[in-house]
Ligand binder design. Structure first.
Ligand SMILES: [Zn+2]
Length: 608
């Protein structure tokens, strides 16, 4: 699963904080605050954040679409202004902790306090240092290259080159070298990360949290420890399915590669088609069930029809309007970026934006006619339709119910892109019969089921680093202990503490929380099952499409339009009729595959 982030406009409650220099407090300090002061404070916070978010979005859009030294500087400056405001408001909101205020105001105050990803310490020097460390670690990652031959600069490989080798090469030695090569980029930031954790913890403690990890977990409308238990519960639900997939893939890779892949024990980290072994789609050809080829390739269809990028986006939009959502505004079509421009540098990484907090929504993508991009379009539009649904709430409430929800919506819709749906919109003549379901389910499981333990373990590692349970001398050992525990994966060669392998995953140096992707993976199936029921679907879950169901659209909109104004269990209840996250929908979805996997691995070892 790729990171596809939402634009700065959606970041008002997901701030990357900086120092507070230059920020002028708008609430009269001194004396005991009153309920009226709290109201004034919130009015001003909403107003100021609204303005800063719009300015940061505009600067961000220009910075990423016309990359020059100046636009990058403007982008950084406006992000910093927004971050400074966020840090200041988080601290000021604590002044009203003991004041009686109406419930919706109490929620806004609480959200301001948990909105930060990075809380900078109040000492300006330390605030500056921690912000600088964050930027420089991200820079080291972004510029990361592996040079197999130091004397030949042309031999250097960046992340795109290495990703391609991991995806396509079936030469074990070549893949192992590329895998080891990418992880040479991160040892230089290990000391920086240690210092970064120390300073960010200091900032979090000033806001009353035990450490940065506790601050991150506080966003989930329950005590941080209860949230950890929730994650364990969800993982226990899906683990048996993962174990079957793991055992089957191990058997197939053992047949292919011999003893490099043990018949029993963990999978080697480098042979799963992806640098982090987080998405195994690229090895589909090695594990495909016999006689289950779906008989069509969406990529081939899009290529053959020469479907223009704009038409691909129109098709995505039509899915949402078929549910009853209003069409995207004219400005979306005028201002979005759909094709890589020839005349300038742009950040092509797909993203969705909400520039003015009202109707100026956009996507930024360099679309190619592939099934993957077709899915990504639905993902990004999910962000845009969410943003429009909550646009009339106070600024502080304009976000998803929790961060997993925002990532889950578009993926939920993409689960409805079934063969029958493709027939209905005229892209496919005839849907394959159910004997071909295994092929479709396997390819989806390699993406969505394989991802689950990875989505979980990144923050398991970081929370323990922030809490001090994992000491700097054990960073790498603890990382591999967790990868073994959750993923059943081991490195192909010893990884001592001279390495810093967690730093070779973008979200660690970038300091982006990761649990949201685990939650999104769980939630999208729960949403899909609930909406399919609402739409009256009677087929097996993986064949259900909610296309054209106004009832499903109404239920979805009821949740989206709540934004983050209510605790997420209430939002979940609006769509799924329950306040509990439930991974059993994944089990329902993949039930035919699980039965088949169990037959394949009969008599074979399962687990590691
Ligand atoms: Zn996204």
């Amino acid at each position: 699963m790729k990171l596809r982030f939402i634009g700065a406009a959606a970041l008002c409650v997901a701030l990357v904080s900086g120092g507070c220099n230059g920020f002028v407090s708008e609430v009269t300090m001194g004396g005991a605050p009153t309920a009226a002061d709290a109201k004034t404070f919130l009015d001003q916070a909403n107003q100021t954040l609204d303005r800063l978010v719009v300015e940061a979005s505009q600067a961000g859009w220009v910075g990423q679409n016309f990359i020059t030294v100046d636009t990058e500087a403007l982008d950084a400056r406006h992000s910093q202004l927004l971050a400074d405001a966020g840090a200041r408001y988080a601290k000021e909101a604590t002044r009203f902790d003991k004041i009686q205020v109406p419930a919706d105001q109490r929620r806004q105050l609480d959200l301001l306090k948990v909105s930060l990803v990075l809380a900078t310490p109040s000492d300006p020097k330390e605030a500056e240092e921690v912000t600088r460390l964050n930027t420089s670690m991200r820079g080291v990652y972004g510029k990361g290259k592996w040079c197999p031959d130091a004397a030949k600069p042309e031999s250097c490989k960046n992340i795109d080159d290495i990703t391609k080798i991991m995806a396509t090469s079936r030469n074990e030695k070549e893949v192992r070298q590329a895998w080891e090569g990418w992880q040479t980029i991160s040892p230089p930031i290990k000391n920086d990360y240690t210092r970064f954790a120390e300073l960010s913890n200091k900032g979090a403690r000033e806001l009353g949290f035990a450490d940065t990890g506790a601050m991150w977990r506080a966003k989930y409308d329950m005590p941080p420890d209860d949230f950890t238990k929730e994650l364990d519960r969800l993982w226990d639900q899906v683990r048996p399915l993962y174990l079957q997939l793991h055992a089957y893939v191990r058997m197939k890779l053992h047949q292919k590669y011999g003893d490099v892949v043990p018949a029993n024990g963990p999978l080697p980290a480098h042979l799963l088609g992806n640098i982090w072994a987080q998405d195994w789609s690229n090895i589909y050809d090695l594990v495909a069930p016999a006689n289950a080829d779906p008989g069509f390739s969406l990529t081939n269809i899009l290529e053959r029809r020469k479907m223009p990028p704009l038409e691909m986006v129109r098709t995505g939009e039509r899915f949402y309007t078929s549910l009853g959502f209003e069409a995207l505004p004219k400005t979306f079509w005028e201002r979005s970026l759909f094709v890589r421009p020839k005349d300038r540098e742009v950040v092509c990484h797909a993203s969705a934006w909400d520039i003015d907090n009202q109707s100026d929504v956009r996507i930024k993508m360099c679309i190619t006619p592939t099934a993957e991009d077709f899915t990504t379009i639905h993902h990004e539009l999910g962000h845009n339709f969410y943003q429009r649904a909550y646009k009339d709430l106070p600024v502080i409430f304009r976000d998803s119910a929790n961060d997993g929800f925002h990532e889950a919506i578009g993926d939920t819709i993409a689960l409805s892109v079934t063969p029958e749906y493709l027939v209905r919109i005229g892209l496919l003549d005839k849907a394959p019969d159910s004997s071909r379901d295994l092929g479709l389910l396997m390819s989806r499981a390699l993406e969505k089921v394989a991802f689950l333990p990875f989505g979980l373990l990144i923050d398991q590692w970081r929370w323990k680093v922030f809490s001090g349970e994992i000491k700097p001398a054990e960073y790498n050992k603890a990382w591999w202990d967790l990868r073994l525990k959750y993923q059943g994966i081991a490195p192909p060669s010893p990884r001592g503490d001279e390495f810093f392998d967690p730093g070779a995953k973008y979200h660690v140096p970038d300091n982006t929380p990761y649990t949201r992707y685990f939650l999104a993976d769980i939630l999208q199936f729960q949403f899909h099952r609930a909406l399919s029921n609402t739409a009256g679907c009677k087929t097996p879950l993986h064949r259900c499409s909610i296309f054209e169901s106004k009832e499903a659209g109404k239920s979805l909109n009821a949740m989206l339009s709540m934004g983050i104004s209510k605790p997420w269990p209430d939002a979940l209840n609006a769509i799924a009729g329950t306040k509990q996250m439930d991974a059993s929908a994944i089990l329902d979805y993949f039930a035919p595959l699980k039965t088949w996997l169990e037959a394949q691995t009969k008599g074979q070892p399962v687990g590691w």
